[in-house]
Design a protein around this ligand. Structure first.
Ligand code: ATP
Length: 213
């Protein structure tokens, strides 16, 4: 599904990732672990073509066949099916929950919204609420739901349960595992072991390099 080979990433002259290779197969959950600054966020950004310059290859099984997307603009990667949920969530805080969902919607908005809300039923009661007036956990649910509105074929999630109240952590984790159960491949960066225990593979990043597995 996604095959990353010797991916290096640079912020200006500073190298943050060193020849990282990994694969995410259909329906697989792959977890990236590592301490603060190890390069987890950088790896997800590099896959999306955000902020960093990269070397190496990113092969992806698109509906039309295999492609190498390492030179593609971010929007093209997103359109091809890479769904990214950033650590800072990037919601439109002045818009309501429903408006945040519709901003991301494709042509089949109703069906997409229904599917996203089924996965996060908490949001059904909050549709008219401005995103600014939600808890961190509710905002995270909205960020994931909004990404689902784009019909992704694989999800890249940066610390989806970081800094969230325990009761909502459980719920977010269960929803994401249900997505995986339904066949959605997931690449999750995390510092705790919420997803690692259920992962098909765990990669440990140390100072920008993969160590062990
Ligand atoms: P965290 O959990 O704190 O987000 P992380 O594992 O995601 O940690 P990254 O944020 O990917 O780590 O950082 C990897 C390295 O890249 C660090 O040395 C960091 O200082 C550096 N870095 C991150 N963002 C930038 C940036 N915008 N400009 C320059 N260097 C950066």
């Amino acid at each position: 599904m996604l095959e990353v080979d010797k991916l290096s990433a640079f912020y200006g002259p500073a190298q943050a990732l060193f020849e990282v290779s990994l694969q995410v197969g259909p329906g697989e959950l792959v977890v990236l672990q590592g301490l603060n600054g190890a390069g987890k966020s950088t790896l997800l950004k590099a896959l999306m073509g955000l902020e960093v310059r990269t070397e190496g290859t990113i092969r992806y099984q698109s509906p039309g066949g295999p492609v190498s997307m390492e030179r593609w603009e971010t929007h093209r990667r997103a359109r091809a099916g890479l769904g990214y949920v950033a650590e800072d969530r990037r919601l439109f805080t002045g818009l309501t929950v429903r408006e945040n969902l519709l901003v991301a919607a494709g042509p089949d908005a109703r069906a997409q919204e229904a599917r996203a809300l089924d996965l996060f039923p908490v949001l059904k009661k909050l549709l008219k609420r401005p995103a600014a007036q939600m808890s961190g956990g509710e905002q995270q649910m909205l960020a994931i739901a909004r990404t689902l509105m784009t019909n992704p074929r694989i999800l890249l999630l940066d610390e989806p349960c970081e800094g969230i109240a325990p009761v909502l952590v459980e719920s977010i984790r269960d929803s994401l595992l249900a997505l995986k159960q339904g066949g959605m491949p997931l690449l999750v960066a995390e510092q705790n072991r919420l997803f690692a225990d259920r992962a098909d593979r765990v990669l440990l990043l140390v100072a920008g390099k993969v160590r062990g597995s």
